[in-house]
Design a protein around this ligand. Structure first.
Ligand code: GLA
Length: 728
């Protein structure tokens, strides 16, 4: 039984294979957090709490004259606003009388087999029946009537606990929810570093590790997407934690919109972590009997460093988050025409690319932006999802057939959530966009945003997209989204409800994606938002892969993919080989290096393959074949970060090990080469010490490779890379 309840002590203990999470309904019904970390058996951890009288930390009335009992210093399971805890709270309201106090107390619990699901929101699911258990703990504020149900989904064998919260108004007057986080964890003791993944367009998920100090470290997005700038995943770790040792905690939000994640070190040295939807401007009205459901947060603890933490996230995302026919693979190697042609193409050009691609072993052609309405640059036609047959010189059906005849599958690009002012759709329906009345919009890439909370908008998109998908043999869709959202206003919501719009936008988007992915199970959907601006677990529930970045430079990708790998498995990472000089930063790297760095992901090409010379043709054919052979290892194997691209040595290295440890792939790439270099030895990881592995006609025991290590070939020239395959 992973979830235990001690009735006498009102003590909740959640065990996973290697971790324990504990909290209790303490005095006066306050929920106290006790422990999260390495597994501990048969122990009430409340002995860790030592109450003291601390000045300016007040005491609830119920505590009488006990000046040592203060919510300001106790570790709390789900802190609410206005109760004398002055740290970051997880929930706040505006009561019917306008006051801001929320005082929820324990009122009951249920435990049931299976994993809860969340209405309209992406969430982890059970791979096999009986794999997970759910704990639901109910709190009630008896004055305003707000019920708060804390949900815990326990994937014991996978060491994963999920969190979500459902708020229900049991009173008769409207309560306005102004903060509704998904997760709070109070750490009574310990000094932590904070790891997060910041960035920008063309440079997403840059790893940063900083010490937590007194005060608050926070990351967030208010852009309507999870964003390029911050990813909704943070790690708290011990000062000495590394890839293979030490404690670390990962927290990741299954949501693709505005979010906030914070870590606060308080006056007593405790650390509070909280995560959920961003609350700036958030206000959700709950009438009598109405509910609000928060997105899900996923948490995991590893006492064996970052590698084990990543392995657990990778496994649960592949098996319990991604869905559909392409969840596990195999996935096609694709060629996308964006960087090959931009808007300048017709059907014949694409057929030529397909014909050449077939000879190189590529499986699918993707027609990117520019095939619809009058779209010949990025200033027009978004929303007019009608094929531009004049430009293509043929119908979509014919184009797909011609591509299929050459042995390739066919896919296309869509950007459904957006609208151009220069479009028939906008001319007809100006009130379908997100824009307050009497104000002028902020343009971004010259486009506006459709109001996904409006049913008529979703219906239009569903009907139009189905018409396109039904009109030809389309087996792939790249679902793009190319701007941040501001100026939130929907004509379909009353004035008091405008603060609900960012979340209602997400609910509308998820609903549309759910309908489409259900209706077209044979289509592989790839997510995209100017590359990796919406690379999050929410989107992975609908798209098994996401275009990782618009930056296709091999050297920049080393850092982007390194950061991405902490939470997200290689199978989710769309990575393509592009032309040189690179279109984003002008750098020239060897084709082999571009292939090796694109390999740890969902591989493809983004260049004009009709322009390759004979040697390049050979290289591309070789790496396409290599990738196809290696895809199962890359998808199912354990991923190890060996050398970080953020270190000054200028060498990156990573490794995949097959689940049965029979083979391993070692990849290295140099962003800096030195004269008269020191020999570089790398200790491989995760092998069977007793197996003998063969590589390039030499043999090594697993123990030798892991403890003695492997000496890398000397690197010379511009941006070299090497891949070595060891088989037992
Ligand atoms: C975004 C995507 C690119 C490409 C263009 C097309 O920037 O990230 O891959 O599809 O849009 O406009």
């Amino acid at each position: 039984m992973p979830i235990l309840f001690d009735d006498g002590k009102k003590l909740f203990t959640i065990h996973t294979a290697n971790t324990t999470y504990q909290f209790m309904a303490g005095p006066y019904g306050f929920l106290l957090h006790l422990y999260y970390g390495k597994r501990i058996e048969n122990q009430d951890m409340s002995y860790l709490i030592i109450n003291r009288d601390r000045g300016f930390s007040g005491n609830p009335y119920d505590a009488g004259c006990d000046r040592t009992f203060s919510l300001d210093t106790l570790p709390l399971e789900y802190p609410a606003a206005g109760t004398g805890d002055f740290r970051t709270c997880a929930a706040s309201v505006i009561n019917p009388d306008g006051s801001l106090v929320l005082d929820p107390r324990y009122s009951g619990y249920t435990i049931h087999k299976g994993k809860y699901s969340l209405k309209g929101l992406p969430a982890l699911y059970e791979e096999q029946e009986g794999e997970a258990e759910t704990l639901a703990v109910t709190l009630l504020d008896s004055v305003c009537g707000l019920e708060i149900q804390l949900l815990y989904g326990v994937f014991a064998e996978k060491d994963i606990i999920t969190r979500a919260v459902i708020f229900t108004n049991r009173g008769s007057n409207t309560i306005r929810l102004t903060k509704a986080l998904s997760l709070n964890v109070d750490f009574l003791y310990g000094e932590f570093d904070f790891v997060h993944f910041h960035g920008r367009h063309n440079m997403e998920r840059q790893f940063e590790r900083i010490p937590l100090m007194q005060g608050t470290q926070s990351i967030s997005s208010n852009r309507g997407t999870s964003s390029h700038q911050h990813n909704p995943g943070i790690i708290l770790c011990g000062k000495n934690t590394g890839e293979d040792h030490g404690d670390c905690y990962g927290f990741n939000l299954v949501y693709s919109g505005n979010f906030s994640a914070r870590a606060e070190v308080d006056q007593t040295g405790q650390t509070r972590v909280s995560m959920g939807m961003d609350y700036e401007g958030f206000c959700f009205s709950l009438g009598e009997g109405e509910s609000f459901t928060s997105p899900e947060a996923v948490m995991c603890h590893s006492s064996r460093g970052f590698a084990a933490l990543s392995h657990r996230f990778h496994r649960v995302y592949r098996h319990n988050l991604c869905r559909g026919r392409y969840q596990f693979g195999p996935r096609p190697v694709l060629v996308n025409n964006w960087e090959a042609t931009y808007f300048n193409f017709d059907g014949q050009k694409l057929i030529q690319i397909a014909a050449k691609a077939a000879k190189l072993g590529i499986d699918m052609l993707v027609m990117d932006d520019g095939w619809f309405g009058g779209r010949n640059c990025d200033n027009s036609s978004l929303g007019d999802w009608f094929v531009n047959e004049k430009k293509l010189g043929m119908s979509l059906k014919t184009l797909a057939e011609e591509v299929n005849k050459r042995g390739l599958k066919f896919g296309l690009w869509l950007e459904p959530e957006m609208i151009s002012e220069d479009s028939d759709l906008y001319r007809k329906n100006p009130r379908w966009v997100i824009l307050p009345p009497d104000r002028r919009p902020v343009r971004s890439r010259n486009q506006l945003v459709l109001d996904m909370s409006q049913e008529q908008v979703r219906n239009y998109l569903f009907e139009r997209i189905c018409a396109i998908l039904d009109s030809a043999n389309i087996e792939y869709v790249k679902w793009d989204m190319n701007r941040s959202i501001n100026g939130w206003y929907s004509p379909s919501l009353s004035a008091e409800r405008q603060g609900e719009l960012p979340h209602r936008y997400m609910l509308g988007l998820y609903e549309l994606l759910e309908k489409l992915t259900k209706k077209y199970p044979h289509i592989m959907f790839e997510g995209c938002s100017g590359g990796g601006g919406r690379f999050d677990p929410g989107m992975l529930h609908y798209h098994p892969q996401i275009w990782c970045s618009d930056n296709t430079d091999a050297v920049a990708r080393l850092k982007i993919q390194y950061g991405t790998s902490f939470f997200y498995p290689a199978s989710t990472v769309g990575s393509h080989v592009s032309a040189v000089p690179n279109h984003q930063n002008g750098r020239t790297t060897p084709l082999k290096t571009r292939c090796i760095t694109a390999l740890p992901g969902s591989f493809g090409y983004e260049l004009d393959i009709t322009a390759l010379d004979a040697e390049e043709v050979q290289t591309v054919s070789f790496w396409t074949a290599q990738y196809k052979k290696l895809q199962p290892l890359i998808y199912e194997g354990l991923y190890y970060r060996l050398l970080s691209p953020f270190e000054p040595h200028g060498i990156s290295a990573w490794q995949f090990v097959s689940p049965d440890k029979s083979c391993t792939l070692l990849c290295t790439a140099a962003s800096d080469v030195q004269a008269n270099p020191q020999n570089l030895r790398i200790a491989l990881k995760g092998l069977d010490a007793n197996k003998t592995y063969f590589c390039n006609d030499r043999s090594y025991t697993g123990a030798a490779l892991m403890h003695g290590g492997f000496v890398l070939p000397g690197f010379a020239g511009d941006y070299p890379a090497e891949m070595l395959y060891f088989e037992s």
